[in-house]
Design a protein around this ligand. Structure first.
Ligand SMILES: [Fe+2]
Length: 429
């Protein structure tokens, strides 16, 4: 890819990642790990569903032998909102001070712990730090405390990233806080904790992993941005040689394990490979960034009316994050194909080794994705989760608000482009 800014192209990319402890039984060592930081009081952050598995309390209990007092806060709201985050922050502020935080759960718990860490170490209120134009986009002025992230669902990559995502209720929009200091200090990935994921959750969270890898692999190349000064550097700097390596390997691992993990959740090797793939994809997209499928996922999840997926608790209307990302992915990659045909073809080959390449190379990746989604029972497009032609203007509106993500797209994206992607995604096959 060549620079679109010949006078002043970027020449620098960055790579950041948490320390990592990976493997069956790794979550038994967190007390020891935190004792190395000299901490005395730890808040364990989780949601009620994960709390019921006993994992968070077990993590808290093991800390006593290292002289650490740990308390479990199980008030995380699944799919956090600005209101749920402020409640969690108030609770942590009034019961603090805390020396460190441990998040046990999915992306919701990890993101809530990031917000708690930020707002118990820095002055001001949540919206001061939320990305513009939704919030004020301030950067933290004070260093944060150690945060250990222990994912119990394979997918979000939140354990590797610098972002905290939330629904801002009054503005009916999903937004987030993005700053390098939000990245967890240590990610503890224990595949044993993911064995209990039912097939529907494995399918949706696996599509999230896959789209992290694919979107970061096809993201705008880092030298096609204008050169930044050191203080302007952002965590997401576009695809680059290092993020490519993680994304490609994640796709190869998914090719061998994704269908198996959905069909047989007790397949320990498939679970292990999915957990490794999630981690690798997180290392890639946590530095390169994601684009259209994730931008579209925000309004899909935020505007759903009456769909509730199998294998998810409760009965409230919701589209899980990974599913909302997947629903427009085939059409999004049909749109981005012309920006880097060789990358789209290479991604399809990695995801479906040995598959026949269609006569029109632009069809290859969308076909591979749709075949996979059909096999693992992801709904057939946004129509299958309740959206129709009349909803497209609102969906486009919501996606256009995610300019931070759309800026990573390898092609300029207009409202009409997004409307076309949504329209062709009403029914994918
Ligand atoms: Fe995601």
């Amino acid at each position: 890819m060549t620079s679109t800014v010949p006078g002043n192209p970027e020449s620098v990319f960055t790579y950041g990642a948490p320390q990592l402890k990976f493997g069956n039984g790794a979550s038994d060592e967190i007390g020891f790990d935190l004792s190395r930081y000299g901490v005395r009081r730890v808040l364990v952050v989780t949601d009620p569903g994960v709390a019921a598995t006993g994992h968070p309390q077990r993590v808290a209990d093991q800390m006593a032998q290292f002289g650490i007092e740990a308390r479990v806060f199980d008030g995380v709201h699944v799919e956090p909102t600005d209101v749920s985050l402020v409640d969690a922050i108030d609770e942590a502020r009034s019961s603090g001070p805390w020396d460190a935080f441990v998040a046990v759960g999915g992306g919701s718990s990890i993101d809530t712990a990031k917000a708690i860490n930020l707002l118990t170490t820095n002055p001001g209120e949540l919206m001061d730090y939320v990305n513009v134009p939704v919030g004020k986009g301030q950067a933290p002025s004070q260093p944060l405390k150690p945060l250990v992230a222990v994912p119990t669902t394979t997918g979000t990559g939140s354990e590797s990233t610098t972002i905290c995502v939330m629904d801002v209720i009054a503005q009916r929009v999903k937004s987030g806080i993005s700053h390098a200091w939000l990245r967890p200090t240590l990610a503890v990935i224990d595949p044993d904790l993911t064995l209990s994921q039912p097939p529907g959750v494995t399918a949706a969270s696996g599509m999230d992993i896959l789209c992290h890898a694919l979107e970061s692999y096809t993201a705008r190349w880092y030298t096609t941005y204008d050169r930044k000064s050191p203080d302007q550097r952002v965590p997401y700097c576009g695809s680059n040689p290092i993020s490519d390596m993680w994304s490609e390997k994640a796709m190869s691992l998914l090719a061998g394990s994704f269908r198996k993990a959905v069909r047989d959740g007790d397949d320990a090797q498939a679970r292990f490979d999915m957990a490794i793939a999630a981690t690798f994809a997180g290392m890639g997209f946590g530095n390169a960034g994601v684009h259209i499928p994730h931008a579209n996922a925000y309004p899909i999840a935020g505007q759903v009316k009456d769909f509730h997926p199998e294998d998810y608790p409760g009965d409230e209307a919701m589209v899980p994050h990974g599913m909302s990302v997947a629903l427009t992915a085939p059409e999004a990659f049909r749109f981005t194909f012309e920006a880097s045909p060789e990358r789209h073809v290479r991604a399809a080959e990695l995801l479906a080794p040995g598959a026949d390449r269609p006569a029109d190379a632009a069809e290859f990746l969308p076909t591979v994705l749709a075949d996979l989604m059909r096999d693992i029972d992801i709904p057939n497009g946004v129509g299958a989760v309740g959206f129709g032609e009349g909803d497209i203007p609102d969906l486009v509106d919501g996606a256009m608000k995610q300019q931070r993500l759309l800026a990573t797209c390898p092609r300029a994206v207009t409202e009409d482009d997004l409307a076309g992607i949504f329209r062709r995604s009403i029914s994918l096959w």
